[in-house]
Design a protein around this ligand. Sequence first.
Ligand code: NDP
Ligand code: GDR
Length: 361
Amino acid sequence: MKKALITGITGQDGAYLAEFLLAKGYEVHGIKRRASLFNTDRIDHLYQDPHEENRNLFLHYGDLTDSTNLIRILQQVQPDEVYNLAAQSHVAVSFESPEYTADTDALGTLRLLEGIRLLGLENKSRFYQASTSELFGKVQEVPQTEKTPFYPRSPYAAAKLYAYWVTVNYREAYGFYACNGILFNHESPLRGETFVTRKITRALARISLGLQDCLYLGNLDAKRDWGHAKDYVRMQWLMLQQDAPDDFVIATGKQYAVRDFVNAAAKELDLNISWQGTGINETGQDTKTGKTIVAVDPQYFRPTEVETLLGDPSKAMEELKWKPEISFEQMVSEMVQKDLEGAKKDHLCQTHGFNTYDHNE
Ligand code: NDP
Ligand code: GDR
């Protein structure tokens, strides 16, 4: 039975990847940060009681900023595959916490690689690094491929740039089987609530039931190549199953603006939005009620923005025989329907006199 170690198992990709690997018969080990709450919502359906026999999912407390515990876990698990998904992954937050972002996303990657090397596991443990389209930042070429030059535009992207290159370096210097997946944005109902897609689907579902008045967003013109997380974790595994390690762009090759995403999510809820104004004065009205349900709030603008990203996944398609199976429309629909379920529960509580609380971030 193969053993996989996933950092960031409590995150969106970690949850999908754990499910995927368990279905393939892996013994899965995940690193989870100590928090004051359980914080395992995304993997609770996979959880197995520690007293159960024949368990195949194990959680270990740890943190990418603590090399001693990373080394201990690596030594204990002796993984065949390490998926480094843990990160302070929010671009806007990285401007607020740049040092922590660098410590986790850049040095955290180094700590893991060095741990593998110190333990002499470089010939055993294949390594996947969660690299990102944010590396392209201020894009130098359209569409972006594995050969497009990088130009990071945030402390997050700069930290991930270090992680990208140190992964390449350990491959070249010490013969690691180490790969970078340069993944473009990927979403799902498990996406964190403060990323733009999930923020939109949650808010519009709540607005459709009268639980919220308005959705406040930043740059509506930003364009992204959005895929589904389920399709992308399959690719993370595929990269570690080849004869030789390499780096791959994973994308859909299609691009939409944030405004397009809002329109697609609204359509799924039978809402129709008419847009007026431009820039910070742009608003979206519900055509049935005339009420403003989308507005721009400049607090969501970033000091430096990545305006447009569009990936070319040809290499992955040709060499790994990968192609995305879930369309943009299917993904939006799945996210909206899941958030509508949650909103309906809140609505039911409220109509029976119970308070529910929500964040509008
Ligand atoms: P999430 O933000 O959903 O999950 C991040 C995970 O990392 C969580 O489990 C989080 O734990 C954990 N984590 C954060 N800081 C630390 C730390 N210091 N030590 C240990 N664990 C930590 O991200 P995604 O699942 O969306 O993304 C997975 C990876 O892929 C990330 O590295 C991200 O940067 C990268 N990526 C994501 C893309 C996307 O579109 N989703 C695209 C390209 C790259 P906790 O639950 O406790 O917060
Ligand atoms: P991104 O994702 O920065 O691309 O990073 P996010 O969803 O946060 O932003 C996408 C674009 O939407 C614009 N935007 C807003 N973003 C947020 N979060 N909230 C808003 O209100 C809002 N309004 C407009 C942003 O300015 C941006 O242009 C994600 C993360 O998962 C990274 O970890 C990953 O590396 C990249 O995708 C690829």
